[in-house]
Design a protein around this ligand. Sequence first.
Ligand SMILES: Nc1ncnc2c1ncn2[C@@H]1O[C@H](COP(=O)(O)OP(=O)(O)OP(=O)(O)O)[C@@H](O)[C@H]1O
Ligand SMILES: [Mg+2]
Length: 235
Amino acid sequence: MLALEGVCAGYGQSRVLESVGISVAEGEAVTLLGRNGVGKTTLLRTIVGLHPAEQGIIKLNNEDITDFPAYKRARKGIGYVPQGRGIFPHLTVDENLRTGFASLTGRTGGERETIPKYVYELFPLLNRVAARKGGVLSGGEQQQLALARALVAQPKLLILDEPTEGIQPSIVQQIEEALREIRTRLKIAILLVEQYLDFAWSIADRFYVMRSGRIIDEGNPREREPGSVIHWLNV
Ligand SMILES: Nc1ncnc2c1ncn2[C@@H]1O[C@H](COP(=O)(O)OP(=O)(O)OP(=O)(O)O)[C@@H](O)[C@H]1O
Ligand SMILES: [Mg+2]
């Protein structure tokens, strides 16, 4: 479904990504692991169209999307939950969810656009707090809102940047269950950047390890011990 070949990107003179090649198959869950600052967020932003690739090709379902703007990639089925969640603190939960339509249309979804039912089924909490401002929610609630917002646009591939960062362990479990549902029931493929190794290991069909902007290892969590990659992480 998603395939990158030789992708290079950086900031000004400084090269961050060095010839990255990764793929995600339809319905697959893939995790990208690596220490702070190795280029994980830069890679995700390059995939979703928020950062330019200097070299290489990004393909979605065999179509070259390397030069597509972000909204066009969203329309093609790429959903994105950024690091730090990126919700709007002064908008209500319902209004935040409606901004999910904007990734497709370039404008916020009005009253007439209906939030897909499965969004509330997956996150019943959001129904109860629909009128509250995003900013008053707990970290875990905000993460659920960020995930739900990405689902509003009905993506085929969901890209998540450290969804468990700064979230208490009991809520991490809820997010793990939601991701499982997203995969198995909604059949949405997942590309997950994660520092929390147990979480990544239990969800993913495949992993990649990044170091200094390069992919240095890949494998199947069912066939590999988490200990074999732990020295490449911050833990
Ligand atoms: N806007 C920017 N301008 C210049 N350099 C940047 C910018 N954003 C990131 N960098 C640099 O690019 C490198 C990779 O950063 P990136 O955020 O992609 O790493 P990361 O793996 O996501 O880290 P973390 O685990 O801390 O989120 C780092 O050296 C960082 O300092
Ligand atoms: Mg990051």
